[in-house]
Design a protein around this ligand. Sequence first.
Ligand SMILES: [Zn+2]
Length: 258
Amino acid sequence: MKNSLLVLLLLSVHLTFANAIVWSKTGHRVTGELAQKHLSRKARKAIFKLLDGESLAKVSTFGDDIKADRKYKEFGAWHYVNFPADQKYADSEPSKYGDIMIGITTCISKVKDKNNAKEDRVFYLKLLVHLIGDLHQPMHVGRLEDKGGNDIQVQWFKRGTNLHRVWDSHMIDEYGMNYTELTASLPRLTKKQKKYIQQGTIYHWVEESQDIANRIYESVEIGENLSYRYNYVWWSTAEKQLQKGGLRLAKVLNDIFQ
Ligand SMILES: [Zn+2]
């Protein structure tokens, strides 16, 4: 009896963690799909060759898929960065396990270097597509003390969950579109507006996500039941983050494959 309780407990801990850090598949695919549409000719050709024709939307979930394989455990910390809300990333104590910024810069240099084996470049390219998506899920740039909102219990339509998961998947699921529909429904932008969004570096983008995360923290009470009203207030922010993620992923890839 004791043993089975322990197994149950371990299983639930495992499930909590497995679910804890996943910007939904739909969200990642939107980012990939939008980036694909904004690639330069050169980048599109190079990526087509590396991925043997697979789309960015398809490979965008790779970073989460490999979490099921212990072999890739070391990449787990690359999906997020947590640090104090009143600090900048550059001033924060780096995690010894690495973080999303380390992950992205490592991926960029691995993909860029043509001397690396194709297999390695493909691995890091797939991971890069995923991580730029995660960087734009604001709760992946949350506070250390609550693990990016994972420890902030709230309800979603009266069912227990946490603030991180609301942003990872509940809002996108509630919106009810698949990734192609969602990509097609994103706000129309002019060339100039797109250029503006693509400005800056990952160090600016991480600050932007942190600012949004801080507003999200302020917007909820622990245990609060979030439902229609929450999506009504916050959906445009989530949508914009998906759009920025896609446009900026294209920018990062276009820079790599110049
Ligand atoms: Zn992730």
